[in-house]
Design a protein around this ligand. Sequence first.
Ligand SMILES: [Mg+2]
Length: 226
Amino acid sequence: MADITLALFERAIKTTATTVLRNEHYFSDLDGLAGDGDFGTSLATGFRVIDADLPTIDKSAIGAMLLKISMLCSKHVGGSSGPIWGTGFMKAAMVSKGKESVTLTELAEMIQSAVDGIMARGGAKLGDKTLLDALIPIAETLNAAAASGTTDHAAVLKNCADVAEKAIDETRTLVAHRGRASQVGERSANTPDPGIVAIATILQDWCKEWGIARTPTVAELLQATA
Ligand SMILES: [Mg+2]
């Protein structure tokens, strides 16, 4: 199978912006259950700029495009999410510097590097009830897929969407230790983390965009993809 091209990354970013803008209010509502209720607006403020700038930003290479996305996240995504999402895109950009397409192995390296960067930037780890609880199993899924030598990229994307959706329920009863939700401690127990829901929603929408049949079951994902 062909490598993963810059055009596919651009389409994924465009789809992500649509997802984030559609869920501006819903993601903020979810954040309001345990946090300060700004997550959806923070993310949408950044992705509104990304959506507008995407047609004209530097597309000489995947890394160049993602570096620009990183800068737009850092500048325009509000709250604690700006540096987190900015760091993730920056780390992925460094691995894909100068490349017009990447292999599945290189994509796995990009996501692993983003995860490592976000962990270092935010000081969170697995089980702290942040978006890392979705991103870490996604990175593991990609690493395993790359190691297996599979060429079925659609199946790999579906597997990533599966682990992201699973993370919503697996972390629901945890108390947040990092991010804004940690400031309310026990109040965060039994509420979904909005960052995890956002990652799962983005992956579900990518599946839909590429015609991969996948039916969500978790309530928040059904709501966010409706
Ligand atoms: Mg918040």
